[in-house]
Design a protein around this ligand. Structure first.
Ligand SMILES: NC(=O)C1=CN([C@@H]2O[C@H](COP(=O)(O)OP(=O)(O)OC[C@H]3O[C@@H](n4cnc5c(N)ncnc54)[C@H](OP(=O)(O)O)[C@@H]3O)[C@@H](O)[C@H]2O)C=CC1
Ligand SMILES: O=C(O)[C@@H]1CCC=N1
Length: 273
């Protein structure tokens, strides 16, 4: 892999750029970035990360192995129309990060035979801890899939899934960090309410999250068993969990994931031909 190009210079592009540079997958100037209009944002990305920025599409696409579409779904059509008239080589892989947008929709703008891959990473790419799922389009071969898997594998873990699972993946791990941050917000507020200093509370909570995730990863016990091990009869945890049960928190979490998956599907339907 010698050159990758991002179309779109927002939050997700920045997370991946940071990760790729941190992982030393390729030198920063070999990472090319463009956006729609925000020149200041492009110049900042160049100054901070050393990436090459341009608004000349020919230059951006020339000899680029992987072209990453990282615009919002509402801007997909405009970006794809522009890509559709570019003289892409058949070895150039078009990768989309866009929630909901299907490979069939992407392919409909591109010449027949163009390899397309749909991925769903998350913002933890910034610190090489992303969870990414990858689904192949119609014209992608195993080698191309491996190359893209390697790219996203450098910024975290990457798994291949069938495209029919991408809405579910988006609802779980694409949006997932936001659910955890939401829970953290609530726990931080609760920690102040029970009298802890803000910094101490935050430090205790972060380590508690890290420890719990590592326990789940390293022990053979399920999350339910790990929870049971903490919950003494008549103790503090039981008192806390009883409130969560009374307030149907599990049902609310399931409804949250369902809503995100439904929204991903709707977005796919809104942007289909
Ligand atoms: N944020 C997240 O956690 C995740 C996001 N995603 C997906 O990643 C994609 C990007 O999201 P995010 O980074 O948050 O979005 P942002 O709104 O932060 O960034 C969007 C970028 O797209 C650019 N853009 C818009 N239209 C065009 C165009 N026609 N040509 C070139 N660039 C264009 C914008 O440029 P300008 O500023 O100049 O208008 C901007 O740089 C989305 O499709 C989202 O579904 C996937 C996983 C997680
Ligand atoms: O909220 C969104 O639509 C995007 C996709 C996954 C995370 N952010």
């Amino acid at each position: 892999m010698d050159k990758i190009a991002f179309i779109g210079a927002g939050a997700m592009t920045e997370a991946i750029v940071k990760g790729v540079i941190k992982a030393e997958l390729l030198p920063a100037p070999h990472i090319w970035v463009t956006n729609h209009a925000n020149e200041e944002r492009l110049q900042r990305m160049h100054a901070v990360y050393g990436v090459t920025v341009t608004r000349n599409q020919n230059e951006l696409l020339q000899e680029t192995d992987i072209i990453i579409l990282s615009v919002k779904p509402k801007d997909a059509e405009q970006a794809l129309r522009s890509l559709g008239v570019a003289q892409l080589g058949k070895q150039q892989i078009v990768v989309s990060l866009m929630a909901g947008i299907t490979t069939a929709y992407l392919e409909s703008f591109l010449p027949a035979g163009q390899p397309v891959i749909r991925v769903m990473p998350n913002t933890s790419a910034t610190i090489l801890e992303a969870a990414t799922a990858i689904a192949a389009g119609t014209y992608t071969d195993k080698q191309q899939l491996q190359l893209v898997k390697r790219l996203f594998g450098t910024v975290g873990s990457a798994v291949e899934v069938g495209e029919e699972l991408m809405d579910a993946v988006t609802a779980i791990s694409g949006s997932g960090p936001a659910y955890i941050y939401y829970l953290m917000e609530a726990l931080e507020e609760a920690s102040s309410q029970v009298g802890l200093d803000e910094d101490i509370g935050k430090q205790l909570l972060i380590q508690t999250f890290k420890g719990a995730a590592a326990m789940l990863e390293q022990s053979e016990l399920s999350s339910a068993q790990l929870r049971a091990n903490i919950t003494s009869a008549g103790g503090t945890t039981a008192a806390g969990i009883a409130v969560l049960e009374n307030q149907n928190v599990k049902a609310a979490v399931k409804a949250c994931v369902q809503a995100a998956a439904v929204r991903s599907k709707e977005m796919g339907q809104a942007y289909s031909k």
